[in-house]
Structure formats: structure tokens, C-alpha cells
Design a protein around this ligand. Structure first.
Ligand SMILES: CC(=O)SCCNC(=O)CCNC(=O)[C@H](O)C(C)(C)COP(=O)(O)OP(=O)(O)OC[C@H]1O[C@@H](n2cnc3c(N)ncnc32)[C@H](O)[C@@H]1OP(=O)(O)O
Ligand SMILES: O=C(O)CCC(=O)C(=O)O
Ligand SMILES: [Zn+2]
Length: 392
């Protein structure tokens, strides 16, 4: 009898787009809604070109209705001739759509709130009005030969029947994508799977997802959405956006790389992530968080002796991501009380000092004793090792 791996593909995996997805990079739209963000025209162009070189499939920019300069910047970016498709993001309103179609964009992401919160306290319109206006706006954009996506804001707090009815209607009108947005960051992966799986059975167009990170699920939700059949994921660099932001580009790419290394490293220039995170951190005047995916200062630092020994034997023991694939380097820290003789031995060998294992164990104890008072820098450790060696 043929052996069936319990870890092999399941029937449900046939729906999965984990190895077939597009990134809609929204640093220039959602990211501009981050508290500290102010991007000049030159900065927007630099960001657009850099993300294009990285390989994202789409760049989403702020609505041309926002301001005169937003309109000019959008037009300037559509003229750059980038590989990435240029999208803008507008309200579900004919005035906004008329402005947007004149800018040279490849596509327009139309959005309107469908939860009772937003229907009551934001735009004040009912579902009949939304369906009717959506129809007009979609037909108009399509008549201009421009890609159109229709999305409901606050999808997870919207009535499911309303939502599916709306999406069925816009799918029939021929939208390229529908969008699901967790606008307040309330959804968990199970809820995401259920909603996207249901929607997948109702519409034939692509499905884009947008996840806020208020409760820390933005990356997991994006991954789960792809498993359930979504096709496009919104990201921003470092996750910047309204409040604490959305799915971060680097963290999302890290997750997808682990799922399908060949696919992800084939289509994105992974070694550019550090430059991209640094660029945005500088532009919005923030530091890169210490625990940031891939580019945080300690993302590839190993400390405890047990970890250090195994890592030095085989990095896969405690690393799911190969730092060199992202142009990063691994660091084994030894000047502290949690160190072990195997890690010290590695340093001794790097310094070309010849010592027996017993001697290395003895000098390790010296490091630990000193580090019980305060951690040692690598220069201090090296001096201690050299002095110990000289005295042997
Ligand atoms: C969840 C999200 O991030 S959605 C994207 C958010 N993006 C933006 O807001 C872009 C930047 N925004 C702006 O520059 C301005 O808000 C503008 C130009 C869009 C509108 O400005 P104003 O006309 O001064 O209106 P204001 O911002 O006070 O209120 C929003 C208006 O849009 C309406 N509205 C809100 N959402 C939608 C929608 N999705 N579709 C249609 N109308 C909407 C509101 O009812 C309100 O209309 P009102 O003037 O009749 O009260
Ligand atoms: O257009 C969308 O799908 C998302 C809009 C948005 O930023 C949100 O709902 O948080
Ligand atoms: Zn958002």
C-alpha cells in the first residue's frame, strides 16, 4: 500500500494561493495615513522606484481627491513607466472616480464602508444606495478601460448576507477584484478563513485582502486569507498606516518565504528589504523595532549557550530563515552569563588560538564570572581570551 504522508497536500490546499499571490504595496496610500508620514514628490518617486525594483506587483497611491499635490504626485508616478501597476484608492463616488480616471493609473481601488457603524456614522448611506452607486462607479471606470477593484470597509463587522449580495452584484458587473478589509484589526485567522472561503465560492474575480494590526494578527490573517483562496494582499513598509498600521511588507514576505522559498525568492529581491525598511524608517522618523522581521537588530542574533552550540553545528536548528538570503548576517553573542564553552570555542578558533577543550571550559567560566557583574563587549572577550592563551 502506498504511504500517504499526513503532512501532504489536503483537498483544501487546492484552494490555496500561498504559492501564487500578488502584493499591493500601499506605503504610498495606507502608509501616508501613518501619524508621522509626509512624503514629498521626490520621496514618493524614490519609494515607488525602490518598491518596483524589489518586485511588488502593484503600488497603491492616495486618492487624487485628497489634495492638489496628491493629484500631481499620482500623475507623476503613473508616468515613470514602472513594471508595477499603479493604483489609486477612492471613495465610492462619481466625483472621485472622474478625477481618478484622468490620472493615467492602471487601476482604481474603490471602497465604501458596509458595517452599520460606518453606514450610520461615516457616510450615512444604506445598502441599496451602496449597490446602486457601486454599479455606476464600476461601469464608469470599466468604460475607461481601467482595472477596478471594489471593496467593503470594515468587512468583518458587516452583515454577511449584505456583504455576499454586494460582492455577487459587483462580480457580475465585471470587477477585476473584490476587497475584504479588516479595518479595525478585529479579525482572527479562523474568521478570515471562513469569510474568504465563503466568498471564494460566491465570486469568480480575484480577492484582495487588507488587514489592520490592532490585535497583532495582520500577518497571520494575510497568510490565512491566501490559504482560503485570496489572491492579493495589501502591505506597507514596516506596516505603517492608520493607528498601528497593517500587514508589514517585510513580515509578510518572511512568512511567505517560509511557505515557498523558491517562489518568493524568485519574484522579489529579498536582499533589498533592509534598504527599504531603512528608507521608510528615515522618511517617517522612526527607528526599526528591535524585533522587526528580518531587519530588526537582533533578528539573527543567538545568545544562550544551548542555542549557540546547535546553531554553530547547523543553523537550521534555530533559524527558519537563512539570513544570507536577505543579505543579512548571523551573530553569535558570547560575552554574557548565558554563554557556553562551544560558543567560546568557536571564537577561540576564529582568533586562531590553540587551546584544549578543558582550557576553553576554564576560560568560559572566567567569562561567566565577569559577565555576572556586567555583559562584556566582543573586544573585552577577545582580550580576555588572548591574555588567557598567553598565560598558558
Ligand atoms: C479606512 C480607510 O483608510 S479609507 C481611506 C481613507 N483615505 C482618505 O480619507 C483620503 C484622504 N482624505 C481626504 O483628503 C478627505 O477626507 C476627502 C478629500 C476624501 C474628503 O474630504 P471632505 O469632503 O472634506 O470630507 P470629510 O473628510 O470631512 O468626510 C468624508 C466625506 O466622505 C464621505 N464618505 C466617507 N467614506 C466614503 C466612501 N467610502 N464612499 C463615498 N463617500 C464616503 C463622508 O460621508 C463624508 O461626506 P460629507 O462631506 O457629505 O460629510
Ligand atoms: O480599500 C480597502 O480595501 C481598505 C481600506 C482601508 O484602508 C481599511 O479599510 O482599513
Ligand atoms: Zn487600512
Amino acid at each position: 500500500m502506498e504511504y500517504d504522508s499526513p503532512y501532504g497536500n489536503k483537498y483544501a490546499d487546492l484552494l490555496s494561493n500561498v504559492s501564487n499571490f500578488n502584493i499591493i504595496e500601499s506605503t504610498l496610500r495606507e502608509g501616508e495615513q501613518f501619524a508621522n508620514a509626509f512624503f514629498s514628490t521626490e520621496t514618493k518617486i524614490k519609494i515607488a522606484k525602490t518598491l518596483d525594483e524589489f518586485g511588488v506587483e502593484y503600488l497603491e497611491l492616495t486618492s487624487p481627491a485628497a489634495s492638489e499635490q496628491s493629484l500631481k504626485d499620482l500623475c507623476a508616478i503613473t508616468k515613470l513607466g514602472l513594471k508595477a501597476k499603479i493604483l489609486t484608492h477612492t471613495r465610492c463616488h462619481m466625483d472621485d472616480a472622474r478625477k481618478a480616471v484622468e490620472t493615467g493609473v492602471n487601476g482604481i481601488d474603490v471602497v465604501i464602508g458596509t458595517s452599520s457603524y460606518l453606514r450610520t456614522f461615516s457616510h450615512g448611506k444604506d445598502m441599496d444606495y451602496i449597490i446602486k452607486t457601486a454599479g455606476e462607479v464600476i461601469e464608469f471606470i470599466k468604460s475607461k478601460g481601467i482595472e477596478v477593484r471594489f471593496s467593503s470597509e470594515d468587512s468583518f463587522r458587516s452583515d454577511l448576507v449584505d456583504l455576499l449580495n454586494l460582492y455577487k452584484t459587483v462580480d457580475k458587473l465585471g470587477v477585476n477584484r473584490v476587497g475584504i478589509a479588516d479595518t479595525v484589526g478585529c479579525a482572527n485567522p479562523r474568521q478570515v478563513y471562513e469569510l474568504i472561503h465563503t466568498l471564494r465560492g460566491v465570486v469568480s474575480c480575484d480577492i484582495e485582502c487588507h488587514f489592520h494590526n490592532d490585535t497583532g494578527c495582520a500577518i497571520a490573517n494575510a497568510y490565512t486569507a491566501l490559504e482560503a483562496g485570496a489572491t492579493h494582499i495589501d502591505t506597507s513598509v514596516l506596516g505603517i498606516g492608520e493607528r498601528n498600521g497593517i500587514t508589514p511588507l517585510g513580515g509578510f514576505v518572511a512568512k511567505m518565504y517560509v511557505a515557498d522559498k523558491r517562489y518568493v525568492s524568485g519574484k522579489y529581491k529579498l536582499e533589498m528589504l533592509r534598504e527599504i525598511d531603512n528608507m521608510i524608517a528615515e522618511e517617517v522618523e522612526i527607528g526599526i523595532p528591535f524585533n522587526n522581521y528580518i531587519t530588526g537588530f537582533c533578528a539573527f542574533t543567538h545568545k544562550a549557550g544551548i542555542h549557540a552550540k546547535a546553531i554553530l553545528n547547523n543553523p537550521s536548528t534555530y533559524e527558519i530563515i537563512r539570513p544570507e538570503d536577505f543579505g543579512m548576517t548571523r551573530y553569535v553573542s558570547i560575552g554574557h552569563r548565558l554563554t557556553g564553552w562551544n560558543a567560546v570555542k568557536d571564537r577561540v578558533e576564529q582568533l586562531d588560538l590553540v587551546m584544549t577543550d578543558d582550557e576553553i571550559k576554564a576560560v568560559t567560566q572566567k567569562i561567566k564570572t565577569l559577565a555576572d557583574i556586567k555583559p562584556l563587549g566582543i573586544e573585552e572577550v577577545d582580550t580576555l581570551l588572548r591574555n588567557y592563551h598567553r598565560e598558558l
